[in-house]
Design a protein around this ligand. Structure first.
Ligand code: AMP
Length: 226
């Protein structure tokens, strides 16, 4: 069954998704990462995407939906996807429901990481993302891990959209456009809210409780490369 990790930018969705990938052999579908890959390729589409991302604006539903469908329909990832950063508006939430239904898949868990705006600002302003493995670390809280990063610390970069003005714009977009999906999801029996302001390990333990409590046997899964 698939999992949605939901929450504001900087809530820790990517960090927690990486734990789930390792522990349960899941595939992290971060629409932000997919879009940044397109930007790196410097295609015409990539140039357009970069303009939107660097202003804290959404990329069009049409573009994101095409990229998303490619992963959902890939049999390798069937029912093993963690949606990180998707859906971001009601239209995308409806689109996700219909694609999953079309390909006979389900959403097993919707996990909402709830974090306040001031914490988000601190986290995002220190965030470093590895160009090679996509791991995220924080320059204020992970000094040692940055020095010992297996890919080499030179690959850890600040995201262009992680500056104060863009963070504020992204948060506002989240409040106006993304947060309303909570009404849509919170009525679902598989919805769980977790305090995303806690320590990374504590959040991870809570997520593990949620994933285990519901009796899912992840152990038979095969390795999926993200
Ligand atoms: P993220 O890595 O999830 O913080 O996403 C970075 C940026 O990519 C966002 O601020 C948006 O500009 C764009 N983006 C990511 N996911 C979506 C989505 N589902 N719909 C529209 N734009 C998105």
């Amino acid at each position: 069954m698939n999992i949605i990790l939901f929450g504001p930018p900087g809530a820790g969705k990517g960090t927690q998704a990486q734990f789930i990938v390792k522990k349960y052999n899941y595939f992290q579908l971060s629409t932000g990462n997919i879009l940044r890959e397109e930007v790196k390729l410097k295609t015409a589409l990539g140039v357009e995407i970069e303009k939107l991302i660097s202003n804290g604006k959404f990329v069009s539903d049409e573009t994101v939906n095409i990229l998303l469908k490619q992963s959902i329909t890939n049999l390798k990832f069937r029912d093993r996807i963690i949606f990180d950063g998707y859906p971001r508006n009601i239209k995308q939430a409806n689109n996700l429901e219909s694609i999953l239904a079309e390909f006979d898949q389900t959403i097993g868990h919707i996990i909402f990481l709830n974090v306040s705006k001031d914490i988000i600002e601190k986290r995002i302003m220190g965030r470093m993302t590895c160009d090679k493995c996509n791991m995220t670390l924080n320059e204020f809280f992970n000094k040692e891990e940055i020095e010992l990063h297996p890919c080499g610390k030179e690959f850890l970069k600040r995201r262009k959209d992680d500056n104060f003005d863009v963070v504020v714009a992204r948060y506002e977009t989240y409040m106006e456009t993304t947060k309303p999906i909570l009404d849509f999801y919170s009525k679902n029996a598989n919805f769980t809210e977790i305090d995303g302001a806690s320590q990374i390990e504590q959040i991870n333990n809570k997520i593990n409780d949620v994933l285990n409590v519901k009796g899912v046997d992840f152990r038979t899964s095969s390795y999926i490369k993200g």
